[in-house]
Structures are given as C-alpha cells and as structure tokens.
Design a binder for this molecule. Structure first.
Ligand code: PHE
Length: 348
C-alpha cells in the first residue's frame, strides 16, 4: 500500500471546500467568480494538468485520473447549482413583479372644454346648419374698422357706448366688439351674398364686476344679399334661440339703438328661471336680454362694398359668456376668466 501522494490529498481538499462554497452561492455573479477561481486556467485544479511533469512518472496516471475526476465533479456541481440559482432568480422576479390584475385602473386626468368653448361650438353648429360660415378677425383693430366704417365718426356721442382700450400708436384700439368683422366679411364677398358668423375676444375699459369683464367673447351674425328683410332676421334669430335653449322658448324684439343698424333692436328670451313670471334673475321683468341686432345701416353696407339701393342685410351680436351664464345659472361673469379649477371642473 503506497501512501497517497500529497497532491491527491490537496485535490480532495480543494474539491471539498469548493463544493462547500458552491452550496452557499445564491446569484449568477458569485457563480461566475467561483468558476473563475476553481476551474479557471490559473486555478489550483487546472494547474495540476499543466504541471503534471513535476511528478514522478509512475504517479502521473493516478494524479491525472484524480484531477480529472475532481474537475468533472466540480463541473457537474457547478451546472446543478447554476440551475438552482436561475430558478430562484425567476421565482424572485415573479414575486417582485407581481401584478394584481383585479386592481381598478387609475383614471387619467383629462382636460375639458371651457364652458365658453362649449357654447361657442353649439352656436357654430346651429349656424353652420343654416349655411353660415365662420370668419375670424384680429384683436388689435384700427379706429377706422372698430368705429369709423361702422358709422361711428370720431367725437360722435355714440362712442360712449364702448369704453375703449387705446393702444399706443395713432388710431389703434383693442376691438370693443366683433362688428368690425362685418366690414371684412362683406368686403371679401361683395357683391355675392354673405352669410357669416364672427366670433372673437373683445375688450372694454370697464370696472370689473359680476356683470362686466374687461375681456369677453362676442359672436356677430350677418346676412347680406338681395331682399333680406327684418322678418328674415327675426326668423333666423328665433330659429337659432329655439335650438340653443328650448324649442318652445318665447322671444321678443325690443326697439334699441346702434349706430350701424337701422332699425335696431334687442332680442330678449323668456326668463327660464321663473318662466316669465318675474324673478331676481330677470329683475322682475320676465325677460332676459340676449343680443343686439338690426338691419344693416346703408353706410355700413356701402363701406362693406354693397350698393345699399340694391342690397340689404341684418346683423346681430351676442355674448357667449352671457349665454353660458343663462344656460348654467352662473351668477358672476368673473368665473370665466378666473381660471379657478373648481369652477371649470363642473363642466363636462
Ligand atoms: N356690436 C354691438 C355691441 O357690441 C352689438 C350688435 C351687433 C348690435 C350687431 C347690432 C348688430 O354692443
């Protein structure tokens, strides 16, 4: 019985400690390190092969055999461990990324239309059905278009109807109403007939209160052609109001004054809070004012490029904020441009 060569004992020890260490390995990175240290090119086990010639000839086969066995044992153990580590990693991943498909989803916060946009869109739709086109015009306007061409000469007392923001520069104003658009729209079409609505932001140098803002929308309605009568205006506006509010709502035309229309009127709708009996909203009158209107003044038709002896037309102007206030019973116009999210969120 020959004594076991030292090297064989060493190999067995290496194998034991390596297997012991392997059992404790939990992750892929540690596995790779173990492989490099134990089975890598410069590891103790592998150097036995390269240094085999240092051993006596008769011992070399035995040493080689044992070294091979050790190497194989370690390789198989590594494969087994690697399986276990991989499986554990998958389980861990499943655990960490568990998805509860029964949880109700989180609703994304969506934007909404501003109440004035909603009203404007409804108005557009109604007039579009009647063949009206939408025209847009500028916010900064010349005195000429805002007043002069609309039959409001400088120093005419009618200018007091509009508290005007004057912009730096000669005769430059922020438009006080959408009526200047009448001239642009007519000049574009004359002498062909014009049927248009003109929405836009208007500005007035006024004390801000529950009923008046310095900035608000208006929407102008115009129709110009041959044989257009006051009756056409009444029919068109009544049709519009009934579609906007209610098919049975009553309206009335009240004489009024505007420099650019003759005759001029104010259209009222029956108060839908009290049904015409009189309440605080209609200030006891039973009626709510919703727009100014009238037959286009010959001077305005002329300035728009139509011969007033051949053509006639009507115009009307309304305030979408006011209409929205009536529709939703909003009692303060300042809410519209106050940007209070609690107000805006109420409109779906
Ligand atoms: N432009 C007028 C205003 O701002 C309203 C109006 C428009 C009246 C068209 C008659 C015709 O008060």
């Amino acid at each position: 019985m020959i004594e076991k060569p030292m090297i064989i004992q060493e190999l067995e020890e290496i194998q034991d400690t390596a297997l012991e260490a392997l059992k404790k390995i939990e992750n892929e990175e540690a596995l790779q390190n173990w492989r490099r240290d134990i089975l890598g090119r410069s590891s103790a086990v592998m150097s036995v092969f390269s240094n085999i010639s240092q051993h006596p000839k008769e011992l070399r086969p035995l040493i080689g055999q044992v070294a091979n066995q050790v190497k194989q044992t370690l390789e198989t153990a590594l494969l087994d461990r690697s399986e276990i580590v991989k499986e554990a990693a998958i389980l861990q991943k499943l655990q960490d990324e568990k998805l509860d498909v029964t949880l109700p989803g989180r609703r994304p916060v969506t934007g909404r239309y501003h109440p004035v946009s909603t009203v404007l869109r409804r108005i557009y739709a109604i007039f579009a059905d009647m063949g009206f086109q939408v025209h847009r015009s500028r916010d900064v306007e010349s005195d000429l278009f805002n007043f002069e061409l609309l039959n409001i000469p400088a120093y005419h007392p009618a200018r007091d109807m509009w508290d005007t923001f004057y912009v730096e520069g000669e005769g430059v104003v922020l438009k006080t109403h959408t009526s200047p658009g009448q001239i642009y729209a007519m000049r574009k079409n004359a002498p062909k007939p014009t049927r248009a609505i003109l929405p836009g932001m208007c500005y007035r140098y006024e004390q801000i209160s529950a009923r008046s803002e310095i900035q608000f929308n208006q929407l102008e309605v115009i129709a110009v052609g041959k044989n257009i009568t006051f009756g056409d205006m009444k029919g068109t506006l009544n049709g519009f109001v009934r579609r906007l509010f209610d098919k049975d709502v009553r309206t009335r035309l009240r004489p009024s004054y505007f420099p650019f229309t003759e005759p001029s009127a104010e259209m009222d709708v029956e108060c839908f809070v009290c049904g015409g009996k009189g309440c605080s909203v209609c200030k006891g009158s039973g009626w709510l004012e919703i727009m100014g209107c009238g037959m286009m003044h010959p001077v305005v038709l002329q300035n728009g490029g139509y011969d007033p002896t051949i053509y006639s037309g009507f115009a009307a102007g309304m305030g979408p904020e006011r209409i929205s206030m009536l529709l939703h019973k909003i009692e303060d116009i300042r809410y519209f441009w106050g940007n209070d999210i609690r107000f805006l969120e109420q409109f779906r």
